[in-house]
Structures are given as C-alpha cells and as structure tokens.
Design a protein around this ligand. Structure first.
Ligand code: ATP
Ligand code: MG
Ligand code: MG
Ligand code: MG
Length: 486
C-alpha cells in the first residue's frame, strides 16, 4: 500500500478514476468565487454548490458532471468551519488541509455504493485493518423533524462492521452543513482507532460521507434539494498519518521537512511532538503553529488572497502575525524565518498544486514584507507604550484608547492580546472595562457594515457615519463608502 503523501493522494484519485469511472477535476482556488457566504473554500463540495442547488448553467462543463473525484485545497479559519484556535494544540487540525473527495450527482449512485467504495479503498487499497475502523451515522433530530439514517447503519452492518463499532450521533456530529446557509444533509463517517486495542479506543475522524438532500435557507429552514447527491471528504494529512503508523499529522512527510527547516532556522531544541501540559514552554506547539500557518499563507497567496485589512485578507494577516509571534517569542526565530520556509512548502505541495511553484517568489516576498511590517509595528508600539507610561500616575490604568489605537482596527494592527502582554511586561494594568466597551462598539459597527446595503440605507444615520469616520474603520469591499449619506 502507498504511504508517502503524494502516493496516497494519487492512489485515491486513480482508485475512483480507474476502478469506479470517476472523472478527475482540479482543486478549485481557496478563494470562493462569487459566494459571499464563505471566507475561504472549506470543503471539496464548495465548487459544486450550483449542482446541488440546481442552478448550474446548462451550457457549462459542470452541467455534465455525474461522478467526479478530486483533491481540494481547504482553509478552515473563519465562518462556520473555523479551526484556527485548535491549530498547534492538537495533532489533527490544520488551517490548511487537503480534502480528498468523490461525488455522485443527481442519484448517479447513493448510500450503498458510496459506503462500499469507501470501505474497499480503505481496507483493500490502503490496507487498513478492518478492526481499527469505526463508523457513525445520523441518529435523527426530532426537533428539526429529521429521521435517523438507519439505511446507512444497515449498509455498514452488511459490509461486515460489527454492531458495537457502528455508532449514532445527533446533528452536531452527523448532519453536515457548508455554512450558515447552503446545501446540507445527514452524513456517515469513518473513524480510525489510534489505540488499536492498547487501552481505550482513541478515534480520529478520517472520512465523511454526506448525503446532500436539503438546503439551509437564510431564515434557518431546511428546503429539499431538487435531487439527491453523494458528497464525501477525507483529510489527506490524517489518512497519511494512519498509513505511516503515526498518531500525528505532523509526523508525516507532509510536515516533517517543514519542522526540520524551522529547527535549522531557529536553532531551537528539536520538535518532540508533545501536546498540552507535557509541552512545557510551548515549543512543540510553536513548531506546529508555524508549520501549519506557512502552508496556509503560501496556498492562499498563490490563489490571490494576501494579508490585508478586511475579510479573508484580514484573517490571513492574523495568521501571519500568529506565526511570527510563536516563532519569535517561543522559538527565538531570527527575522525572516517565515519567508525562508516558503520553498519548503513549495517542495512538499508544488507537484500537486503547480500554482505554488509558479508564484513561489511572490509568496516569499509578500510573507517577508508583511512580517517586516509587523516587526516595525511592534517596535513603534513599544515606543508608544513607553511614552504613555511616562504621563501616567503609579496607580493609573493604561488608557483603553491608546491600547485600542495600537490594535488591529487602529494604525499599528497589533493583536489586542499582544498589547496586553506588552503591558503586563511593563507591570501596568489595562483599563479592560473601557477596552471592552470599545471592542463592543467596534463589533456593532462591523455587523452594521456587513449588512446588505439596502437595509443599511434604511438604518444609516449621521451618528453612525460620524462614528465610522471618527474611528477610521477601514471600509470593506461591500461597505458603504465614507461620505455615503442619506
Ligand atoms: P473534526 O470533527 O475532526 O473537526 P469535521 O467533522 O469538522 O472534522 P468534516 O467537515 O466532516 O470535518 O470534513 C471532512 C474530513 O476533512 C474530516 O473527516 C477530516 O478527515 C478532514 N478535516 C476536517 N477538518 C480538518 C482540519 N482542520 N485539518 C485537517 N483535516 C480536517
Ligand atoms: Mg471540525
Ligand atoms: Mg467531526
Ligand atoms: Mg465530519
């Protein structure tokens, strides 16, 4: 069986093409095209949304799709699927990952074929022992009027999965939704037991098979889709970890060259894979954050999303700054480390996603520039803090407005938690109540800016406008321009 990352990816694609007649389609860009419900592409199915909704242009190539498979670049760092805070802390969540998927549109095949193909691939092609696999199915949701998916349960039993490894869960786990709106449906999932009989089972989710049947409307209701479809997704990094006999996605050839390069670049102690309390000093967490984030930055920039001031670019900027902080504060990295990792990412992923190769110089340049800008902001922030401290009495709180002006929405763009850290280092307390107030006002303004223009026009008042101008809140693409008036 294949074990190297690229061989595992290839084996998935050729299995569906050669054994089961699927057409292979390229990964879509991570930048959602014409879909304001998403910040980033978060699943393989995103590009097929028009097929699910029945809105596909009949003249387009997609209109002819019946069974397809691909490996999709996914980013889960905002919106409904946001794993940013888990990255570094655990051994299985990334902000960027590759999702291997197969689809059957319009009833081309349904539950039975989907489950048996998945089982065949995992156990025969990849050679995963059957007794390490567990499955789950949708146990229903009486409140939403959704029945349990007993059909999927029976299919697994007929494929030979023992009844004690077939579990049912509610909508939280086994009803998949793309975003707050969009196609959705019950799902059945395949999990792998890392413990393998040594103590209690330790399950990691490998593959999700979704049976698309509904659309979640803006008012929260579920409407039936015109047709039923199969939509599956399996995380390549997790699969590769299983096939390489590892408990962690970081201990695979998809990550180890990066961890090695970080080690060389920082002179920090080597990566040891510890998590939680065992990772004293957060060294291993920092390694994971940096390795994860540089992949995300590289892939996003190659697809035309660069760090910036609002929406997805702002998320990317936060990701970059998070990586810079972990690398400098924990690993004592020299300036420029992040940019130097770009060629390693390109080496690992460039064959599968040639846009990385084509754009590698540009990616390294943008990463280095944004890192330098951040370091510059840090220095200026320290000077502002020192100047402010000079005019404070010994028991004064640090003024919320100054902290605010150092933060994201202000000029310097330093994350608030970092500002708090910098103040703690100086032994001064921040006016947290005042700051909370400012943050709350900002949230209201942002929610207001995100509303459709039509509703804004009704509600826009001169006070709000003055407030926006006063704060210098940067306009987003779809927010009213400054000076917009009744
Ligand atoms: P989890 O419960 O582990 O967060 P999920 O249920 O959110 O995963 P799905 O939306 O079902 O994930 O996505 C399909 C597959 O993609 C998962 O079974 C998993 O293998 C993989 N996957 C999901 N999120 C991530 C991530 N953040 N990093 C790496 N792989 C992921
Ligand atoms: Mg998840
Ligand atoms: Mg899950
Ligand atoms: Mg899942």
């Amino acid at each position: 069986p294949p074990t190297r990352g690229s061989a595992v990816r290839d084996a998935f694609l050729s299995f569906f093409r050669d054994r089961h007649g699927h057409r292979l389609v390229p990964s879509a860009s991570v930048r959602p095209r014409g879909d304001p419900s998403l910040l980033f592409v978060n699943a393989g199915m995103n590009q097929f949304k028009p097929i699910f909704l029945g809105t596909v242009d009949p003249r387009s190539e997609m209109a002819g799709f019946r069974r397809v498979a691909n490996s999709q670049k996914c980013v889960r760092a905002g919106g409904r699927h946001n794993d940013l805070e888990d990255v570094g802390r655990d051994l299985s969540h990334h902000t960027f990952f590759e999702m291997l998927g197969n689809w059957a549109f319009g009833g081309e095949y349904f539950k039975e074929e989907a489950c048996s193909m998945a089982w065949e691939l995992l156990t025969q092609v990849y050679g995963i022992p059957e007794d390490r696999l567990w499955v789950s199915y949708f146990g229903g949701d009486p409140k939403a009027g959704l029945d349990p998916d007993l059909e999927s349960r029976d299919i697994w039993l007929s494929l030979g999965v023992p009844v004690n490894r077939v579990l049912s869960f509610g909508p939280q786990e086994n009803f998949w939704e793309m975003g707050d709106t969009g196609p959705c449906g019950p799902c059945t999932e395949i999990h792998y037991d890392l413990a393998g009989g040594m103590g209690a089972p330790q399950l990691v989710e490998l593959w999700n098979l979704v049976f698309m049947q509904h659309n979640r409307e803006a008012n929260g209701s579920l409407q039936p889709l015109p047709q039923r479809h199969v939509d599956t997704g399996m995380g390549l990094e997790r699969l590769v970890a299983v096939l390489q006999g590892r408990h962690s996605t970081y201990d695979t050839d998809l990550f180890s060259p990066l961890l090695h390069a970080i080690h060389e670049g920082c002179g920090a102690p080597p990566y040891l894979g510890r998590v939680g309390a065992a990772d004293e000093g957060h060294t291993d967490t920092a390694y994971r954050v940096v390795a994860d984030h540089i992949r995300t930055l590289s892939v996003c920039i190659a697809d035309g999303v660069s760090p910036g001031m609002s929406g997805a670019p702002l998320v990317l900027r936060r990701i970059l700054r998070r990586a810079v902080r972990f690398s400098m504060e924990v690993l004592r990295a020299p300036p420029g480390l992040l940019g130097s990792l770009v060629p390693v990412v390109v080496e690992i992923l460039g064959d599968a996603y040639p846009e990385l190769q084509r754009n590698s110089a540009q990616i390294a340049r943008l990463v280095s520039e944004d890192e330098a800008a951040f370091l510059d902001s840090l220095q200026r922030g320290r000077r502002i803090i020192d100047r402010t401290l000079k005019r404070l009495g010994p028991s004064d709180l640090f003024p919320a407005e100054v902290a605010w002006s150092l933060s994201m929405a202000g000029d310097l763009g330093l994350p608030l938690d970092l500002v708090e850290l910098m103040l703690a280092e100086k032994g001064v307390q921040l006016d947290s109540a005042g700051l909370a107030q400012l943050v709350e006002e900002e949230a209201q303004l942002r929610a207001y800016q995100a509303e459709p223009a039509q509703e804004q026009r009704l509600r826009l008042d001169v006070h709000a406008l003055a407030e926006l101008q006063h704060r210098g809140v940067p306009p987003t693409d779809d927010s009213p321009k400054y000076g917009y008036s009744l």
